[in-house]
Design a protein around this ligand. Structure first.
Ligand SMILES: [Zn+2]
Length: 273
């Protein structure tokens, strides 16, 4: 018969082992990497980025950013930038090639998340036909409405529109991996189904990726509404919610198109964790 002490050791090891495996399941490795998805010369933002003439004569260098989120063994690509090609704003290296540089194959990408349907965010989405498409329901409804082709180009989404791939349209917030670590935040107004992304990193802390809720810092700080947004009131309500989220979560806000925000994350191929 075993002594009380040896039973205690067996019990402690079992509990310790269970505790370890449960905590490993609860806290999968989470990293965030910025991928360059196009470049631009200075843009005169006085022309289209304020419906109150707020930025007359202001020039801002826009960048086009995509992101890779690693959650345990699963990957999410957030926004897919400009299409590869010969236009001035085309990325120098395709998303597929950038992912290869960090050892990720397109078929490993479980989710491709799209902040909204504009061409500079969806240009390379078709490179991930096996991924589940995560997109705001309001945007998906536009993309799948034949009468709305003049508003949004459905061609990059042909694989999902023809049901060749799974799509999960988000009518509200969307907890991507089910553990609260990565959440698509419903921020309509720029488009009907626009979403931003919250990533709750262990070391860096909370990060909020703007989508196009704002296009540059001045635009964010002054609640500027571009003339081409679909709903002014929704934009202002979304900005209000996003700023409160950022404050309460002490989040690092990254405005995806603002070249000055690129250095808030480590330079590729390094990732924030
Ligand atoms: Zn946009």
């Amino acid at each position: 018969m075993k002594s009380t002490l040896s039973w205690l050791v067996v019990w402690a090891c079992a509990v310790g082992g269970i505790g370890k495996s449960v905590s490993a399941q609860l806290t999968p490795e989470l990293t965030l990497t910025r991928l360059a998805c196009g470049t631009n010369a200075d843009t005169d933002v006085g022309l289209r980025f304020s419906d109150t003439y707020a930025y007359n004569g202001v020039k801002i260098q826009f960048t086009y950013s995509c992101y890779l989120v690693k959650h345990g063994d699963d990957y999410l690509v957030w926004d897919t930038g400009n299409p590869v090609g010969t236009t001035a704003t085309a990325p120098k290296t395709s998303l597929i090639d950038l992912l290869a540089q960090v050892g990720v194959k397109p078929e490993q990408v479980k989710y491709v998340g799209i902040s909204h349907y504009h061409g500079d965010h969806v240009g390379q989405v078709s490179a991930f036909p096996k991924a589940t498409l995560l997109i705001g329901k309001g945007d998906w409804d536009v993309l799948t409405d034949p009468k709305a082709a003049a508003v949004a180009n459905p061609a990059p989404f042909a694989n999902w529109i023809s049901r060749g791939g799974k799509v999960d349209p988000a009518a509200a917030d969307k907890d991507v991996f089910g553990d609260g670590a990565v959440v698509m935040i419903n921020t309509p107004g720029h488009t009907p189904g626009h979403h931003s992304l919250l990533v709750r990193l262990k070391t860096m802390g909370n990060v909020l990726l703007s989508g196009d809720l704002a296009h540059f810092r001045e635009n964010y700080d002054s609640n500027g509404v571009p003339t081409f947004n679909t709903d002014r009131a929704d934009t202002l309500a979304s900005l209000d919610r996003f700023k409160k989220l950022a404050e309460n979560l002490k989040a690092t806000v990254i405005i995806q198109h603002d070249a000055r925000d690129v250095t808030k994350l480590p330079a590729f191929p390094a990732s924030a964790r």
